[in-house]
Design a protein around this ligand. Structure first.
Ligand code: CUA
Length: 204
């Protein structure tokens, strides 16, 4: 008879072979390397978003977005303001069922702090075709420090299922060479006369 606290009789086990001990030691050492890489990569890895994070109530964030949109609005497209903020400023975009608000018009080479949050539920900020992805969570203000390094016309897709209209949730960020507040001849104010939306690249 033997139990959990009384050893069975006889040789029921053999001591670990030296080779086994060596491999356990190597595996443990490698675990420690991976463990150290987690905090190390947070500081050294280039893929982490650089920016500030705060908690914020969705209504307070929405009010700030509205204030920002009113301050720097240069046009309108499908009822959504087109906003051209000055270089170095804090800029805002909010996700909600089912739109990104407002549309942004930025200057290439200028730096901004892009604040992202949600009014209602999780949305996924996905910049197409640049392949930049970020979770947008209600209650949190994510301020991403960005410097657009190429001019272009990008769409903001939602890549987090947020309801029946998820696939219609499309925003727009345009980056121009030079002054973002100088609008081209075809002003978006005449959008009522232009039924197609959104317009082709560079027309904003
Ligand atoms: Cu918002 Cu899907």
């Amino acid at each position: 008879m033997h139990s959990a606290i009384v050893n069975p009789k006889g040789t029921w086990w053999v001591p670990a072979h030296k080779g086994e001990k060596v491999w356990v030691a190597i595996a443990f050492a490698w675990c420690m390397v991976l463990f150290a890489m987690m905090p190390l990569w947070h500081f050294k890895g280039g893929q982490n978003p650089a920016g500030v994070r705060h908690t914020v109530t969705p209504t307070a964030f929405m009010a700030r977005v509205q204030e920002f949109a009113n301050q720097y609005k240069v046009g309108e497209e499908n009822g959504i303001p087109v906003v051209a903020p000055p270089a170095g400023s804090d800029i805002y975009m909010i996700g909600m069922q089912y739109q990104w608000y407002p549309m942004l018009r930025l200057s290439k080479g200028a730096s901004y702090t892009l604040h992202l949050s949600s009014l209602d539920m999780n949305h996924g900020f996905s910049l197409y075709p640049l392949n930049i992805n970020f979770q947008v969570v209600p209650g949190y203000d994510y301020g991403l420090r960005i410097t657009p390094n190429q001019a272009g016309d990008s769409r903001v897709l939602c890549n987090e299922f947020c309801g029946i209209g998820h696939h219609t949730m499309l925003g727009r960020i345009v980056v121009v060479d030079g002054d973002n507040r100088t609008m081209p001849a075809a002003s978006p104010d005449s959008a009522a006369a232009t039924p197609a939306a959104p317009t082709a690249g560079g027309a904003l």
